[in-house]
Write a protein of this length. Structure first.
Lengths: 126, 126
DNA sequence: AATTATATGCGACTTAGTCGCAAAAAAGGA
DNA sequence: TCCTTTTTTGCGACTAAGTCGCATATAATT
């Protein structure tokens, strides 16, 4: 879906900066932080975060915070859980069936924390 | 269990500050932040956090970060999931049966994010 | 074109948590 | 008990992801 269209649908004005952010998020298979993509975007940090806030309000994206205190962003597609590795800090989408329900709570995200297979195998330390 | 004993078992030197922290954590039924308990402790902020780090290394306590970017601490007792409310930021222990397994991952914590029943009912906004 | 509204860049700011260092407290002898 | 070594503490300065105020720029509207 072209990023301009996504924005129009949500009633968000289409700007160069916003298109840039969405286009990058569309190509990413895992959530990314500002740090991860700052070389690939041309806007200022403040503009990036202001637009990210706007996208969050419009329910366009999802943010997950990892152990490094950075927030990682992804387009909202099919709901799924996330795994954050406390060694490499990467945030991974977990597509496999994790279903959590809690009576009377609104559940918006499920985050599993621990050590990912790759860090486990290579015995990397935090 | 007296807090001095807990420390000795883990080979951590017993000091006034450490006993204070543990005694408070022992009385808490929900995870608490530094902010929550700073009036009840007599040590400096740096000392608090240094001891918290030590307790984490020794697997004595657990930390959960909420939406307010603060970390909430609890004694490690029986493993259980946590719920963090993005409106009131409280961290709640979820004792009911949530079991998550992921092949080849080490799972250390499961955090469910959303809106708690109390904030839902009263329609509080973030 | 002129007016109004919204978005952007820049630099200063916020804030939970961390660090360096000197003073204080504990531990271990002799 | 006194002396030496090791660990802990308090204080103030610092860190870093993210936010804010404001002036400028861009877009929409009349």
């Amino acid at each position: 879906m072209p990023s301009g269209k996504l924005l129009e649908e949500k009633g968000i004005k289409v700007t160069q900066a916003r298109k840039e952010i969405l286009e990058i998020l569309e190509t990413c298979t895992q959530p990314v932080s500002y740090e991860n993509i700052k070389e690939s975007i041309s806007m200022d940090k403040a503009t990036f975060y202001r637009n990210i806030s706007k996208f969050e309000e419009s329910n366009l994206i999802n943010a997950i915070e990892s152990h490094d205190k950075k927030r990682y962003f992804e387009l909202k597609r099919k709901p799924h859980a996330h795994f954050t590795c406390r060694v490499c800090n990467q945030v991974e989408c977990i597509k496999s069936g994790i279903y959590v329900t809690l009576q009377n709570y609104d559940i918006e995200n499920v985050i599993i924390q621990g050590i990912c297979p790759s860090c486990k195998l290579t015995n990397r330390l935090p």
